[in-house]
Write a protein that binds this ligand. Structure first.
Ligand SMILES: C[S@@+](CC[C@H](N)C(=O)[O-])C[C@H]1O[C@@H](n2cnc3c(N)ncnc32)[C@H](O)[C@@H]1O
Length: 248
């Protein structure tokens, strides 16, 4: 793709524009992301620490790392990354997310560079990062390969790309669409399009075609009894996350 080609799916971005005010309400429309945040952060923290040889238990282990959170929404991941010492840029295609994220960071006393832009525009401008967080975005873009290629172009040699999304099978239709949108009403109906979900093998293939080397993949599994999420080595049947590196 040419770097100027947009990977934005306007209908998808419009859904997030409409929900922008709710980002920081743990009982609001982004409740599933708030619930998943502890387990997501454990994974992100351990992968970055391993890749950059940092002590994950240190107070600010990511000092000196430049991190992009692409499709950052209201900044649910930018803020903990900034607290861990990373220099954080949060970028999102939905313009209304940016002031919501900026205001919350200001109230939290955090210095985060939020921008209304896209991966491809930043790549065309020559921006480079040690880490690209790409969480729950690839199932909302117009062209996943072009989008992941732009994400790879944003990495320094040896940089780390962490990408999560939703598997495409009967169970994910039941859990992520019927369960989360229709039964639990955690998300507005229509938030997800099952056809845009990506299997773990398809995502590994896309990551390789985008020029990165996959390192790891794990599932996020919801336990309805403990009402908590946990990481699984084996169960990637619904939500999952991958780690990959750019060539050195
Ligand atoms: C499900 S939310 C995930 C937010 C955040 N990454 C998180 O996990 O907390 C998806 C976000 O991706 C953004 N988005 C959708 N398409 C995008 C694109 N092509 N480029 C950048 N952001 C995009 C949406 O506006 C929305 O904020």
């Amino acid at each position: 793709m040419s770097a100027a080609t947009s990977t934005i799916d306007p209908a998808e971005v419009a859904k997030f524009e409409a929900m922008a005010a709710e980002w920081w309400d743990p009982a609001g429309k982004f409740k599933p992301l708030h619930m998943m945040n502890p387990v997501r952060l454990d994974y992100i923290r351990s992968q970055i620490a391993a890749e950059f040889d940092r002590d994950p238990t240190a107070k600010r282990p990511f000092e000196g790392l430049r991190l992009l959170d692409i499709g950052c929404g209201g900044g649910l991941l930018c803020e903990p990354m900034a607290r861990l010492g990373a220099t954080v840029v949060g970028a999102d295609a939905a313009e209304r997310n940016i002031p919501v994220a900026q205001l919350h960071a200001e109230q939290s006393g955090l210095d985060i560079d939020y921008r209304h832009t896209t991966a491809e525009a930043m790549a065309a401008a020559g921006e480079k990062f040690d880490v690209v967080l790409n969480m729950e975005v690839v199932e909302h873009v117009a062209d996943p390969l072009a989008y992941l290629t732009a994400c790879r172009e944003l990495l320094k040699p040896g940089g780390l790309h962490l990408c999560s999304t939703i598997n495409r099978n009967a169970k994910s239709f039941g859990m992520a669409i019927l369960g989360a949108e229709w039964v639990m009403r955690w998300l507005p109906k229509g938030t997800h399009d099952w056809n845009k979900f990506i299997t773990p093998d398809e995502l590994y293939d896309l990551i390789r075609r985008a020029g990165m080397e996959p390192l790891d993949r794990k599932g996020y599994v919801f336990n309805p009894v403990s009402w908590q999420w946990k990481i699984s080595d084996r169960d990637l049947s619904v939500n999952y996350v991958t780690a990959a590196v750019a060539p050195v």
